[in-house]
Design a protein around this ligand. Structure first.
Ligand SMILES: [Zn+2]
Length: 137
């Protein structure tokens, strides 16, 4: 028997979909552990991790989609398909940064590969906290 209403179920599915990937979750946890208040998938630009109090937008960039220099394995086949797709993704990300900066936000990008473990996520969170002088709220 289905004990969840349709509305509830779709709300749950939506929350699972938008709650982000694992590296983002680890980074979010690291900020929260430091007493920094964050918002996930925030605002019209869907900032991965936002710290509204400091107008700081943090994006976790996937190694494949954002073409990280270490791990961007461009597929050998279908390059004609992938190249424009990845280029478009880069452009979209840049345009997003520009829109945010114009509205007075600082933007930080963190590679997915630098969030491979809980302790590396902690390290990244601390770097951001020091760089932007974030305070507990
Ligand atoms: Zn990478």
């Amino acid at each position: 028997m289905d004990i969840m209403s349709k509305a509830k179920r779709s709300a749950l599915m939506a929350s699972i979909k938008s709650s982000g990937t694992k590296p983002e979750k680890m980074l979010a946890k690291a900020f929260r552990a430091q007493g920094i208040r964050i918002k996930l998938v925030y605002g019209p630009e869907k900032i991965d991790i936002a710290i509204p109090k400091h107008k700081l937008a943090i994006f976790v960039d996937g190694c494949f989609w954002h073409q990280c220099p270490k791990h961007s394995h461009l597929p050998k086949s279908n390059r004609d398909y992938w190249l424009p797709k990845l280029e478009a993704n880069k452009k979209r990300s840049k345009a997003k940064d520009q829109r945010l900066r114009r509205r007075g936000w600082s933007v930080v990008h963190i590679w997915e590969h630098s969030l491979a473990s809980g302790s590396s996520a902690e390290k990244q969170a601390l770097r951001v906290i020091v760089r932007f002088k974030l305070r507990r709220s």
